[in-house]
Design a protein around this ligand. Structure first.
Ligand code: CP3
Length: 341
């Protein structure tokens, strides 16, 4: 099916676009009253993720309401540990929690390498969303990067330091590599399944890149991200590694199309370090959207000019916060869409 608004796909491939495309991480979620309404009808977050009809509905909401140039399938990065054998719960106002965690070689041996069939609910949600979008905008699929998934599988919940996961890297490096490889194989299978189901573009989230040293990041994260980039050749691919300042030169060498930047990364410096052959995505501080409308407009235009007219996909430097006002978020999106170089 041809896609009517393919700005994001063209920007990712380095082609010229009439204007800078825009979407937002966590665009489907609690900032939209329409999301909260669907969510209230369900038993919880997981039921929403696991019911294709409702996942499809909340995926399309930001396209209708905010006017973004792409949809991102409503799911979570934690579906992979679950498909491998570690179920999670999403605890209201607290976040993810795993009953079982990985402690030993035996625990790793017992994990399955996930197959797309294990994640049939995401695959079905992608198929349904593609049909319902009817080519209006591209659909982005995603997964967590192996290091970030590893961190949750060892830690069992969120953490400020992820010190249990880091302890595992220092004290059991051989086992850490075994587990990271199993996650990587699962992630490649899963992303390939998303492509077959219709995902037009994919993004990898390495949310906890910033807790590792540059050396550890190369050994325990980039190595596996690189395997995934090499395996995904069918659709444009984005790598977003939050706080990974130290890895920008290496990220420029990955076989992917787009690198996501967070707001702490200087735009000109990032371009210099990453090189000219990648599209850059980002990077407004989500907290900017608490400001007055005129400040949001001014800062959005400043960001657009700093990235320049080519190889940029406008976004935030991380996900939207649930208490942001929808109209301010829309002001950011509209400013990008109205701006011309
Ligand atoms: O971006 C989108 O709109 C698509 C959906 C999406 C969600 N999670 C939905 C979600 C995506 C791409 C994610 C990725 C994700 N999940 C990441 C990587 C990106 C990042 O934020 O760094 C991580 C680390 C997770 C794990 C996770 N999921 C946490 C830590 C939490 C709890 C924190 C919170 O915001 O409540 C979640 C829950 C979650 N995932 C929500 C949503 C909309 C909120 C739950 C709800 O609505 O009840």
């Amino acid at each position: 099916m041809t896609i009517k608004n393919d700005l994001i796909l063209r920007a990712a491939r380095g082609e010229k676009t009439e204007r800078t495309p825009v979407w937002l991480m966590r665009q489907a979620g609690r900032i939209l009253p329409e999301y909260r309404e669907v969510r209230a009808k369900m038993g919880g977050f997981k039921e929403l993720v696991e019911t294709p009809e409702f996942a499809c509905e909340v995926t399309i909401q930001p396209v209708d309401i905010l006017g973004v140039d792409a949809a991102i399938i409503f799911s979570d990065i934690l579906v992979i540990p679950e498909a491998m054998g570690l179920p999670y719960q999403m605890i209201e106002a607290k976040g993810p929690w795993f009953e079982k965690t990985i402690k030993s070689e035996d625990d790793i041996k017992q994990l399955r390498v996930a197959k797309p069939e294990d994640l049939h609910y995401v695959i079905d949600a992608i198929k349904l969303t593609k049909k319902e979008l009817n080519g209006r905008v591209p659909l982005i699929g995603f997964a967590g990067a192996p290091w970030t998934i590893f961190a949750y599988m060892i830690e069992g919940s969120g953490s400020k330091t992820f010190s249990k996961a880091k302890k595992f890297l220092y004290t059991q490096p051989v086992l850490a590599h075994q587990l990271l490889q199993k996650i990587t194989d699962s992630t490649i299978n899963y992303l390939k399944g998303q492509i077959v189901a219709g995902a037009d573009m994919l993004q990898l989230f390495d949310s906890w890149a910033g807790v590792l040293s540059p050396e550890q990041y190369k050994e325990f994260s980039l190595k596996y991200i690189s395997q995934i980039c090499n395996a995904i050749t069918e659709v444009p691919f984005t790598v977003f590694a939050k706080d990974a300042h130290f890895a920008r030169v290496e990220m420029g060498k990955l076989s992917c199309d787009t690198i996501g930047l967070d707001w702490t990364m200087d735009i000109a410096e990032s371009r210099r370090l990453i090189g000219e052959n990648k599209t850059l995505q980002g990077n407004i501080d989500p907290c900017l959207l608490y400001s007055d409308y005129d400040v949001i407009k001014k800062e959005a235009i400043k960001m657009l000019k700093a990235f320049g007219p080519h190889r940029h996909i406008a976004n935030l430097g991380h996900g939207l916060y649930p208490d942001l006002e929808k109209d301010k978020v829309k002001c950011f999106v509209d400013t990008v869409k109205e701006f011309r170089f």
